[in-house]
Design a protein around this ligand. Structure first.
Ligand code: MN
Length: 202
């Protein structure tokens, strides 16, 4: 059997994204929230395996939802932490910059679209820039919770958490201010690497 999921280390100190994102938020978000999704993924897989071994599938629907919620959370947070960097900000160039211009008109148009998608998530969710392999293009998605309102096959390149736990301690109800600030710490090097891998794979 394969290994359980583990919480990846942050590639920087929790306070390294200040003043744009407070160290306390990053500490709690990574060490408590993300850690809980990792543990929840492992527990759900164990319970599903036990059900399979026992041939008892009465609770399977709930277990599959629990797995989707927790593993979706683990996948997204793993992307989110690497999408952010104290050396981030600015605009992408190269192939990613060209693809953004091609598929959204300009970086400014993409930024406005992505900011609104993230800010306007109803309740808890994410703004996502994905590479969609069937159309060989970039799309913006408004993901609900961790696993709803999306299509299969798209590869998330940039994932911005719009749950209240991602910003409330610092920005209170002003989600739009958090989204505006996060552009200062987006690692376009990481997003570009993800884009190169996703577009090469298709
Ligand atoms: Mn989160």
């Amino acid at each position: 059997m394969t290994s359980p999921y583990t919480l990846p280390d942050l590639g920087y100190d929790p306070g390294a994204l200040e003043p744009h994102l407070s160290g306390r938020i990053v500490e709690l978000h990574h060490g408590k929230h993300h850690a809980a999704y990792v543990a929840g993924s492992n527990t759900a897989l164990e319970r599903i395996a036990a059900a399979r071994e026992a041939g008892q599938f009465a609770d399977l629907v709930g277990l599959e939802k629990t797995l989707a919620f927790n593993l979706g959370g683990h996948v997204l947070h793993t992307i989110y932490w690497t999408n952010l960097s104290p050396d981030g900000g600015g605009e992408p160039d190269g192939d990613l910059g060209a693809a953004i211009s091609e598929d959204f008109g300009s970086f400014a148009a993409f930024k406005a679209h992505f900011s609104q998608a993230t800010t306007l998530v109803q309740g808890s969710g994410w703004g996502i820039l994905s590479y969609e392999p069937l159309g060989s293009r970039l799309i913006v998605e408004q993901l609900e919770v961790h696993h709803q309102n999306t299509t299969l096959g798209g590869v998330p390149l940039l994932a911005i958490d719009a749950w209240e736990h991602a910003y409330y301690l610092q920005y209170e109800n002003r989600r739009a201010d958090y989204v505006e600030a996060i552009w200062n710490v987006i690692s376009w090097a990481d997003v570009s690497r993800r884009f190169a891998e996703a577009s090469a794979a298709s």
